[in-house]
Design a protein around this ligand. Structure first.
Ligand code: NAD
Length: 317
């Protein structure tokens, strides 16, 4: 990313997730240009018009327009939130295969445009779609990032903040592994301000309990299904998580976020994308934080990665 040059984001997929991201981006004023692309061109044009009408009320001016893959050549970040929904009776693997075809139709023309920035993927199953993006783009793993467990981590921090009556921004706890059913919360690494969650519970004289932590775990893992049951889809939280990652990149923040990263020997695992805290800056993934996990947490993390590896293998990755 060139210093002093306009910051440009291309968003592919102007559905619920894509547009929640775009709306949050408009409100936070994180970039100078926002390019919208969708297979449904009319929708992308309509979304650009709608956002543009918010500009007079926005924090700063921005150029927002609907365009083509060739317009990605000078983008700093391409965010992908395009995908197809599961058809009734369709298996997870068949859905994955269809989303692979969607990604092929997106990534190849982006690479042909001369794009040389950072890919940020939100489409589910996000860990596998990010690996597919790595393979199709031929980019360095530091420049191919998945939203991973950023949203799950936010859900955990919100629930812990509520439970311990503390600002969620002062909760330091992570969800790692698959963005999905096999994800884990390493409680040994969870802090409320500067105190270990374990110690806070033990010194609370019964006010807080380990049983409640288990209930919180279930609520984190089940959050997406609960929201889908109530309103069919989840999008505001992920939209804000994507803006948070973009801000860390543009601001060269060196922030620790639980994005989906390419494991290359960490915990003895290779060739898989999974959620782990990583340092995010102008060069994408700048470092991976290896957590000092307890044996059971380590085993659960490895199992989660193995599950992702097997699933990717079933579609040839
Ligand atoms: P949506 O159906 O509202 O939007 C998908 C968009 O992709 C549509 O506008 C569609 O026209 C577009 N699209 C489909 N095929 C395309 C193609 N070949 N090229 C370009 N655009 C194409 O869906 P949504 O609710 O916005 O969800 C999008 C994705 O985000 C899903 O995979 C969903 O599971 C995922 N998601 C991820 C997280 C996360 O934490 N990573 C959270 C919520 C949802």
């Amino acid at each position: 990313m060139k210093k002093g040059v306009l910051k440009k984001i291309a968003l592919v997929g102007t559905g619920f997730v894509g547009m929640s991201f775009a709306y949050a981006l408009l409100n936070s004023g994180e970039c100078d240009q926002l390019l919208l692309i969708d297979i449904d061109k009319v929708k992308a044009i309509g979304e650009a018009m709608d956002l543009n009408h918010g500009l007079p009320f926005a924090k700063r001016n921005m150029l927002i327009y609907a365009g083509e893959y060739s317009d990605c050549h000078d983008a700093d970040i391409v965010v992908i939130a395009a995908g197809v929904a599961q058809k009734s009776g369709e298996s997870r693997i068949d859905l994955l295969k269809r989303n692979y075809d969607v990604f092929k139709s997106i990534i190849e023309p982006i690479i042909q445009s001369g794009f040389n920035g950072i890919f940020l993927v939100a489409t589910n199953p996000v860990d596998i779609m990010t690996k597919i993006t790595l393979e199709l783009s031929g980019f360095s793993p530091s420049h191919v990032i998945g939203s991973g467990t950023t949203l799950d981590t936010a859900r955990l921090r919100y629930l812990l903040g509520d439970y311990f009556s503390i600002d969620p921004r002062n909760v330091h706890a992570y969800v790692i592994g698959e963005h999905g059913d096999s994800e884990i919360i390493p409680w040994s690494q969870a802090y409320i301000t500067t105190k270990k969650v374990y110690d806070v519970i033990e010194s609370s004289k019964g006010r807080f309990s380990f049983e409640d932590l288990q209930k919180i775990s279930k609520r984190v893992t089940g959050a997406a299904q609960d929201i889908i049951k109530a309103k069919n889809a989840t999008y505001y939280g992920i939209g804000m998580a994507l803006v948070r990652i973009v801000r860390a990149i543009f601001g060269d923040e060196k922030s620790a976020l639980t994005v989906s990263i390419y494991l290359n020997g960490q915990y003895g695992i290779n060739n898989v994308y999974a959620g782990l805290p990583a340092i995010i800056g102008r060069n994408g993934i700048e470092d991976i934080i290896v957590l000092d996990l307890k044996e059971n947490e380590r085993t659960a993390f490895i199992n989660s990665c193995e599950f992702l590896k097997q699933t990717a293998k079933e579609i040839g990755f």
